[in-house]
Ligand binder design. Sequence first.
Ligand code: 4AD
Ligand code: MG
Length: 443
Amino acid sequence: PTAKVIKIKDSTEHRERRVKIQGWVHHLRREGKKLLFIQLRDGTGYLQCVLTNLLSSTYEAITLTTESSVILFGKVMELPPGSHHKAPGDHELIVDYWELICGAPSGGTYYILDKKSNVDLQLDNRHIVIRGTNTSKNLKAASLVTQLIREHHLDRGYMEVHPPCIVQTKTEGGSSLFELQYYGKKAYLTQSSHLYLESVIAALGDVFSIQKSFRAEKSRTRRHLSEFTHIEAEFPFITFENLLEKIEDLVVSVCDRIKNPNNPLGQLVFEINPDFRTPRRPFKRMSYTEVIQYLKDNNFKKSDGTFYKLEDDISEGTERTMINKINEPILVCRFPAAIKPFYMKKCSDDPQLTESVDLLMPGVGENLGASMRIDNYDELIKAFIEKKIEPSTYYWYSDQRKFGSCAHGGYGLGLERFLIWILNLDHICDACLYPRILDRYKP
Ligand code: 4AD
Ligand code: MG
């Protein structure tokens, strides 16, 4: 008889009907000589499939291994109440015919998945590891969060654009640039799309992009990737206060969308991180000057044993210890111009400081960077010179200050770091499909 091809997530709707399901053997359990339970995985879910009355001629059933791909035919049946099978969901498939598509080496995946402590082995075999229950859950949650971030921006009426990744200009400073040859000429992989977003606001108004950014990070940390997913937005005619509100709006709105029951995948986030909560607005605000004072008051010191000063960048470890102690999101405002990139607008009451902000999240530290931008032509050229940048390749960026300039600003959120916070992950590699970290670009 014919059977409809279905996905596991839809199996409930096909109760009592004969269907065809294709997928991978996630787990395998034998009971006696005649009963075989397959936990089938097809990406949309897991389904217990029961092979009964196995004859000795169905030899392959006996040698079936996990991670084999199979086609199963059978009837979807409700699990009997108090059923002793430990099956996911309320249904199982009573298989009447099956085919092996491709087998898998026995024991191969267990070897990899069990050696959790061997990080390099795990990363070398990430193409296998991602099939595991926990890792695939993280990837699904990442898909949901990306979708909700995009939805948030579209709902607010921001227009999505796709700036180039191969660029001539540096945005965040020379030390983390990846250089490449572009038809015999020097080019870079982009560190941020925001200079391009600035150029688009006069055409499209509020804009955003979800694009890869690249940073040659020369050390291994728990939160640095060489290639990360950057969510950036830029807004014309706003004030610094408006920018802070937009950052809070982004975080709170994405969290609320996760909790919305219309998002069935949202449940996954709570499975991964039962403590997940929407933070309350307004977020705690501190100036960088106050943060430096806080570090002193709480006896945080630099690696050389002295206290932090205003012109110091706070180390990653110190930043994380501090934010974990404060244990709520904070907006750190008004960084010194000396430790920030060229494009940030100076504070009108103190030109040593900038209208800039970093959002710090417990468990991860810096999760978002934002600022108002210099909107005056002469000031911008001065800023290039101060940072020893040759302005000529930035002609299109400077032009914005000649053709109808306006007060504007924007933010950049690191998706993988946001996921560390939402899912309470240990390491940024857990938030990433195929992480690019120091010395690693396989698989
Ligand atoms: O603070 P950053 O460098 O700011 C910018 O690139 C601005 N142009 C953004 C803007 O105003 N549009 O980076 C922004 C965020 C960081 O807060 C962090 O979450 C993430 O991008 N990020 C990284 N994530 C993972 N690995 C790295 N190496 C990262 N570098 C930055
Ligand atoms: Mg930053």
